[in-house]
Design a protein around this ligand. Sequence first.
Ligand code: ADP
Length: 506
Amino acid sequence: MPTVHDDAFGPELRDLQRKNRELSSRNEKLAELLKTSRDKLNDLYAKVEELGEPASTYGIFLAPAARSGEAEVHTSGRRMRLKVSPLVDPSELVPGTMVRLGEGTIVVETCGFDPTGQLVTMIERVGDDRAIVADQHGAESLVLLAEPLRAAARAGDTVLVNASAGYAFERIAKTEVNQLSLDEVPDVTYADIGGLSSQIETIKDSVELPFSHPELYQAYDLRPPKGLLLYGPPGCGKTLIAKAVANSLSQRIGDGGQAHFINVKGPELLNKFVGETERRIRLIFERARELAASGNPVIVFFDEMESIFRTRGSGVSSDMETTVVPQLLTEIDGVEDIANVIVIGATNREELIDPAILRPGRLDIKIRVSRPNRDEAKDILTRYITSAVPLAAPREVLIDAAADAMFAPRPFVRLELVDGAEEVLHYSDFVSGAMIANVVDRAKKLAIKDHLSGVSTAGLTEEHLRQAVRAEQDESEDMPNTANPDEWARITGRHGKRVVAAEVIG
Ligand code: ADP
């Protein structure tokens, strides 16, 4: 007879017991499945790791392939479609990246951009991701730009390429050349220069005309000048002129083109190591050629040119004369067939410059940039005392007052010459554009002081200018303060009589 128990719970209990048996058998199966899966997984891991083991070659990742898990890769001179290991983070696979290939055919690792390669010059961008480049022989090719270059690269840059992969990776700043020079277009225009109208006229005729009308020069079989030598005392506008030439040529080409201005300071080019100065000269002209290759004009400006370009045989430094001067001549001759490179030299010791530099095809045009006379000084003053500035008197009156003060006969130095004769030089003998610019700056500061202390808010006065001239004459670093006869010969421009003594009396 069935018990109460059996009656009440029998079917349920049996049901549970059956389920229990079923579950534990399923459990066993799952455990087994888990084990085999784990074994398989371990197998796979081992295989994946193996893939990474032998690093036989490297390649350049070009693009993901249509099928996922595969990539277009340039390796061993060929474009190939390769499998990509699942261990490689897809976000690191950017075009141009170097990749390591396990067993030669599977991408197993990304290695960043190739840090080595060939240097070429960028000529022109083509769309967003390509550019025309030229090697040092001028051979042009079309390359793809790696991601980091797309925003940064511009024409004239030196870039690193893997020529066979056809990829450019990196912009290389040629620091050595950049240290010696800057090649931005200066913002100086001819209108900023006072007093030197005939010099500017000559330059416009000789440099700008052939540049803007090369066809006429060709038709008349006339060779455009390769360069200019600007000579004259310091601070009178030689650098300004060179910069204005670059600026003006930039304006002429328009259309987003620009002239380049490579500013080379002669003394900074000198180096005591044999051959180093020559190497630097070569680099500068290499840079000029690169920049000119894009069709834009390039001004190579040598300041204090006499420091690297002394007459050979003058015995100052035999090294320099025997190798540096010829190197510079060779380079200048070398740019002759590049229409848009113009070399401008500046010096205040023109008597030291090797005459070879002035031969045709070199710095054919020699222009003297002298100290301003009174009228020219007034013209320079108009560049600095403008009507945009608060003026307490009519502009012409202020300019006159400043010129009067500068050209007042205030004695500066008494020179004793070799034959016992005496000569007195005045401060007015040393007026320069640089000095005039300083005077006006000083006067403006005096006006600001008066304004702040409540003396007067009327603006620049004649008295400010007079005081400024006085202070500038008293303190000017440009004023020669030397007893060296050579220096005085240079300053006065009189080479005949030797100065034996100099006494500052001002
Ligand atoms: P350098 O003849 O030594 O090359 P710069 O051209 O460098 O002289 O002149 C130095 C500074 O003096 C200029 O930056 C400018 O402020 C001023 N200056 C010189 N000459 C002139 C000028 N003719 N007109 C206007 N400013 C001038």
